[in-house]
Write a protein that binds this ligand. Structure first.
Ligand SMILES: Nc1ncnc2c1ncn2[C@@H]1O[C@H](COP(=O)(O)OP(=O)(O)O)[C@@H](O)[C@H]1O
Ligand SMILES: [Mg+2]
Length: 269
């Protein structure tokens, strides 16, 4: 039975879709996992634009609208099964049914990855409720952190505590919040620190997710380290890291702890 991972943030542009597509394609291509990736950003779906799906015929919108069975909307891309969104659907949908609608597919996968909406309404709740484990993406600045605090509170209220923070787009640590500031404000471990990655622009332009487009880019490498924890593998280390007797990187220690907690009861329903 698959573990469903929800990628949330109550802010657009922080990198939810980039992280969701990268996690999914890395798990499939570099850890040989069966992965279903779903666009749960119902009012502004754009997962397809990251995954080279431009004109999907069947979508998560049709599934929620009871028009089709979930399985029939699956499209295989970059080794991942994808259920895209409909770019122009404008009818009211029972979005909180997402979990029920995906239930029949869970047996066929190792992981289901949900790319969520930033809207602070039923759209983000649908992902929170459908997930076994949540990661919140934040950028290292005060305005985004304040939204991230809100997201963490919401998830806790719904009984789905966030398993880890993913800090994305780190540009100049001298002028940004550091890992300690962020962990202290949220009381949640940081499990990945992703630098601003020039290749992200190229990846989006070519519509090839970064772990497939350039597996050695900084973003791809950090996602691969996070996935090592999610699949209980050892992280790949550079030569320098492998000869260092100790590694004090806080996020690396947090990922080691995540390896156990991810499969423990705490994060199950
Ligand atoms: N680590 C990164 N470095 C550089 N650009 C990034 C990074 N992560 C995401 N981006 C870019 O930021 C933009 C918004 O990312 P996206 O994943 O669509 O955010 P969201 O889903 O949260 O709205 C995209 O242009 C994407 O390529
Ligand atoms: Mg998005």
């Amino acid at each position: 039975m698959a573990k469903t991972i929800g990628i949330i943030a109550i802010k657009g542009g922080v990198g939810k879709t980039t992280v969701a597509t990268s996690l999914a394609t890395d798990l499939a291509n570099h850890y040989d996992k069966k992965v279903l990736l779903v666009d749960a950003n119902f009012s502004a779906p754009n997962l397809g634009l990251h995954m080279d799906i431009l004109e999907p015929e069947k979508t998560i919108h049709h599934i929620l609208d009871k028009k089709i069975h979930a399985k029939s909307a699956v499209i295989e891309k970059f080794g991942v099964d994808v259920i895209p969104g409909d770019y122009v659907y404008n009818r009211e949908l029972p979005v909180l049914k997402l979990k029920d609608k995906l239930a029949s597919l869970k047996d066929s996968y190792d992981f289901v990855v949900l790319d969520s909406s930033p809207s602070l309404n039923d759209e983000v709740f649908s992902t929170i409720l459908a997930s076994d484990v949540l990661f919140v993406v934040t950028t290292p600045d005060y305005p985004t952190l304040s939204c991230t605090i809100k997201a963490a509170k919401l998830a806790r209220q719904r009984g789905r505590p966030i398993a880890g923070i993913i800090i994305n787009k780190i540009r100049d640590p001298r002028y940004e919040l550091n890992i300690h500031d962020i962990e202290e404000s949220l009381d949640i471990p940081v499990v990945a620190r992703i630098p601003d990655d020039k290749q992200a622009l190229r990846s989006l332009f070519t519509r090839i997710p970064l772990p497939v487009y350039k597996k050695n880019s900084p973003l791809s490498k950090e996602i691969n380290r996070l996935n090592a924890a999610l699949t209980r593998n050892k992280e790949k280390k550079s030569f320098i890291q492998s000869i260092m007797p100790f590694d004090f990187k806080k996020e690396r220690i947090n990922r080691e702890l995540l390896k156990d907690s991810f499969y423990s009861k705490t994060f199950k329903h």
